[in-house]
Design a protein around this ligand. Structure first.
Ligand SMILES: *[C@@H]1O[C@H](CO)[C@@H](O)[C@H](O)[C@H]1NC(C)=O
Ligand SMILES: *[C@@H]1O[C@H](CO)[C@@H](O)[C@H](O)[C@H]1NC(C)=O
Ligand SMILES: *[C@@H]1O[C@H](CO)[C@@H](O)[C@H](O)[C@H]1NC(C)=O
Ligand SMILES: *[C@@H]1O[C@H](CO)[C@@H](O)[C@H](O)[C@H]1NC(C)=O
Ligand SMILES: *[C@@H]1O[C@H](CO)[C@@H](O)[C@H](O)[C@H]1NC(C)=O
Length: 413
């Protein structure tokens, strides 16, 4: 009897713990770690504001070199842009695990650590590396590579260590780095099309250059912009259909590939749901659904399911991601909608049947002829799966397991 009770109790504990801990266990949460240490509240705040926190949580084997509130006050007194602050702080995240013990036992007394600043691709040359050196008297010095090898900060103490996932240490002060502090080359001056051309989205960039949509994108950078540019192969195979669209529809299609907010990749990974685009305008919803399974992010319209395959830039306030497909808004390609979900209205004038109330305002209306091209559901459409939004999931299986086992124990008692 005793044993049965014990076993049952163990089952309950197991089930409850399964229920309490989500299946995608987060190994660490830098925000929570630092929240226990009020000395680092400013540093912690800026990890959140710059969206570095989710990036840190996503990585394993990482070291965060934190400075106390006084150290942050020195940095903030420089009145850098938020983009520059992000670069400076990302220089303080080492992509390797160094706790107090390891820092004091570095082979040959020196090591070069890549930082998150290096990983963003925006660090020129080797400015994203930090040289760690064991100094005389047991001190440990840090020197960013673009500071001429001069020791610019020293190890103060270990704040928290979870071997070998994350180590949070305190250092004496913020690393000086002219490269990281450089005002992230005036985001509004970023040449979007040049950037896309150089990184696999040349066809999309050229298409954009020949369209007023380019101005829409450019003028939205300052206030936050996320672009999903279809890769060259996707764009090439779509070109015949694109050419078939009216001028207004072309603009809407291009603007459909931009969101008027900045979303980091980690932000996209932790958000699901319907999103407005630059083409959204009154009755023209032109929205899509961002969906993720923890690592992979997909962008869905009723017609297209596209995957993010590459990050071209992810620097507040601008992010550009490459997609493996052109996003086809239902507003422009109604006839390519999979037939199954809309069997209700008899096929009148094919193009007009779904949602007759919510029509385009006249300008972007591609008009029937230009709208119809997509009707033959070719390979592109065939491989798009349409399913519900599936945004909020609740694990009923696990929940009922807990209920059942509690009931089971009750019966045993
Ligand atoms: C370290 O990270 C791994 C992978 O995310 C996780 O399974 C493990 O529990 C973590 N270790 C600790 C001590 O948190
Ligand atoms: C990390 O912790 C903070 C504060 O406790 C919380 O707001 C946030 O949602 C957590 N993030 C994750 C990914 O769990
Ligand atoms: C780091 O800096 C020290 C002192 O300037 C230098 O002697 C050492 O070679 C550097 N280490 C690396 C790995 O670059
Ligand atoms: C941006 O780069 C493109 C080449 O991709 C060039 O044609 C265009 O003139 C540039 N725009 C600006 C504003 O410099
Ligand atoms: C372009 O539109 C015409 C007329 O609507 C249509 O016959 C043709 O199939 C379309 N071409 C493409 C490539 O969609």
């Amino acid at each position: 009897m005793q044993i049965r009770h014990a076993a049952a109790a163990a089952a309950v504990v197991l089930c409850i713990s399964l229920f309490l801990f989500p299946s995608t266990t987060h190994a660490h949460n830098i925000t929570r770690i630092l929240a226990k240490h009020p000395d680092f509240s400013t540093f912690n705040h800026y990890l959140t504001v710059t969206q570095l926190a989710p990036e840190i949580n996503r990585r394993e084997t990482i070291t965060v070199c934190a400075v106390d509130n006084a150290g942050m006050a020195d940095l903030l007194s420089k009145h850098l842009t938020i983009g520059a602050i992000k670069n400076v702080l990302s220089l303080h995240v080492l992509l390797d695990y160094f706790d107090a013990k390891k820092l004091h036992q570095i082979t040959d007394g020196t090591a070069l650590a890549a930082t998150m600043f290096q990983a963003t691709g925006s660090a020129p040359g080797s400015s994203g590396f930090v040289n760690i050196t064991d100094l005389k008297g047991g001190k440990v010095g840090f020197s960013p590579q673009d500071n001429g090898g001069k020791v610019s900060a020293t190890f103060v103490k270990s704040v928290e260590a979870i071997p070998y996932n994350i180590s949070v240490i305190q250092i004496s002060n913020i690393f000086p780095s002219s490269e990281a502090e450089a005002p992230a080359p005036g985001p509004s001056q970023t040449n979007l099309t040049a950037l896309m051309s150089a990184h696999g989205c040349k066809v999309f960039a050229e298409t954009l250059l020949a369209n007023p949509a380019e101005e829409t994108f450019q003028s939205n950078i300052e206030s936050g912009l996320t672009i999903f540019c279809p890769g060259d192969d996707a764009m090439k195979s779509f070109t015949p259909r694109y050419k078939n669209l009216s001028a207004d529809a072309k603009q809407s299609l291009l603007e459909f590939h931009g969101m008027p907010v900045y979303e980091s990749l980690s932000g996209l990974r932790s958000n699901n749901g319907l999103t407005n685009t630059l083409a959204t305008d009154g009755a023209n919803k032109y929205d899509f659904t961002v969906q993720n399974d923890g690592t992979e992010v997909t962008i869905k319209t009723k017609i297209t399911t596209a995957k993010i395959v590459n990050t071209l830039i992810d620097e507040q306030p601008l992010a550009i991601y490459e997609l493996n497909k052109v996003l086809m808004p239902e507003e422009l390609f109604k006839s390519a909608l999979p037939p199954s979900p809309a069997p209700a209205p008899a096929p009148v004038a094919d193009a007009e049947s779904p949602n007759p109330s919510k029509k385009h305002r006249s300008p972007p209306a591609p008009a029937a002829p230009s709208d119809s091209p997509a009707d033959a559901p070719d390979g592109d459409v065939a491989d798009q799966t349409v399913d519900g939004n599936g945004a909020v999931k609740f694990n009923f299986g696990r929940f009922s397991a807990v209920i059942l086992s509690l009931w089971f124990v009750f019966l045993q008692m």
